[in-house]
Ligand binder design. Structure first.
Ligand code: SAH
Length: 401
């Protein structure tokens, strides 16, 4: 008997709009033999076929859709096709870098699977039991379709627990890299610690904004808050910034950033690295009346879920107000939020409030801010129109006028 999820009446609606998740509270009954990762047919209350999905017994997201086509089998060839399509998209669109998101989960039709390429090493995150179940097929297809010398698993994200999965880090092909991997993005060399760095080691999703920071940094005084390993700082230095001050509370990340300065042969005196709390530094700089021509605010996820929303919005407002007050007239602010719970509209409203406060606190009636550009992740992070959850990174480029 074909394992089948029967939905409660009316609960098929999001699926008919092609949202690929089946929540546990939408499930009326489960028929046939199911196990973690098994392929199930999803049918509506009248037993009409909707999709084929992979089953996750312990998660609130009880199953994730792989195909809407009843005739498409879920087998090794299926994963090979999806992976090849994802890679082809990147080959068409992504140039000037060898740090690329090859597979972006649901958006590439491979739910819960992240694969990043750093030079000739791939780093995978299996964040859903369905792709964990098909790991061998996925790894075989990746090895066959890329010339990578190593495939590393970085399945240590907290969401694994919700799938009933343990954390796991190890080599899936070749050896674990003995040292950070060097990549070249738009002429800047970065080193990526794929074993211990954040996510898979690098914020690939900020590539387009790094490039823009580089283009706008010539002869500027730059401040990069929450700099991590200095992605924006190095892009600004490459773009000819006069001086870049970078702040992070992780000494290790700053040490790596400084090693990359040497690798790129940037003069040490052009950069200052500050190991401190960002909120303290912003307050201190404001008191000292420091001014910058370009400020980057790319904080950690202040709202890991909607429960943290109020506190997170206060934090976004505070750092943005402070960042705005440090700008010279004509100065630029790159500001971001990677909190899924804060959508673009809410982020923009928060920034509007921050700018109103910055203007009133400064006492300068002529101070104003305008949005020059909305910012997001690059073309290797495609978004499914039916899956807004994929749109986690939003940013704005503002100018003080
Ligand atoms: N902008 C970075 C990514 C930022 S990740 C890039 O483009 O690579 C968030 C960073 O904020 C982390 O490096 C973390 O160490 C730092 N961080 C978190 N809380 C902080 C705080 N209160 N003060 C300073 N840095 C903080």
């Amino acid at each position: 008997m074909q394992a089948t999820i029967v939905l409660k009446a009316g609960k098929e609606r999001p699926l008919l709009r092609r949202h690929p998740w089946i929540y546990s509270n939408a499930v009326d009954s489960v028929e046939g033999k199911v196990y973690p990762g098994s392929t199930v047919h999803v049918v509506d209350h009248g037993r009409k076929f909707i999709a084929k999905a992979l089953y996750s017994p312990s998660s609130q997201i009880r199953a994730r859709v792989l195909t809407w086509d009843e005739a498409e089998p879920i087998d090794h060839a299926f994963f090979k096709r999806r992976i090849s399509k994802a890679i082809e998209h990147r080959r068409t669109w992504i140039k000037n870098t060898n740090a690329i998101r090859l597979i972006f989960g649901e958006s590439d039709g491979l739910p819960g699977l992240i694969v990043d390429q750093y030079n000739d090493t791939l780093v995978c995150q299996f964040l859903f039991i369905g792709v964990e179940y098909w790991k061998d097929a996925i790894v075989a297809a990746l090895a066959q379709q890329t010339n990578c010398s190593a495939i590393v698993e970085r399945s240590d994200a907290a969401v694994r627990a919700r799938e009933g999965l343990e954390k796991h880090i190890g080599a899936l092909k070749g050896d674990l890299p003995a040292e950070p991997i060097q990549v070249n993005e738009c002429g800047v060399l970065y080193t990526v610690d794929v074993l211990q760095g954040h996510k898979t080691g690098f914020y690939i999703d900020q590539r387009d904004s790094r490039e823009l920071v580089g283009q706008l940094s010539k002869d500027k005084e730059v401040l990069n808050m929450f700099c991590y390993t200095g992605g924006f700082s190095l892009a600004a230095l490459k773009g000819g910034a006069k001086h870049v001050a970078s702040v992070d509370s992780s000494g290790e990340a700053l040490a790596m950033a400084q090693r990359q300065m040497k690798l790129n042969q940037f003069e040490e005196s052009r950069a200052t690295w500050i190991d401190d709390d960002a909120f303290n530094v912003l307050t201190k700089f404001r008191k000292e009346e420091k001014r910058f021509d370009l400020v980057v605010l790319d904080p950690p996820k202040f709202a890991p879920s909607s429960h943290h929303l109020d506190k997170a919005l206060r934090a976004y407002k505070e750092i943005n107000r402070a960042g705005m007050q440090l700008l010279n007239p004509g100065g630029l602010l790159f500001t971001f939020s990677c909190s899924g719970a804060v959508d673009a509209a809410l982020f923009e409203r928060t920034i509007a409030m921050a700018s109103a406060e910055a203007m009133s606190h400064s006492g300068d009636k002529s101070m104003d801010f305008r949005v020059l550009k909305r910012l997001s992740s690059g073309l290797d992070h495609p978004l499914l129109a039916s899956f807004p959850e994929g749109d986690y990174l939003k940013g704005l480029l503002l100018q003080r006028v």
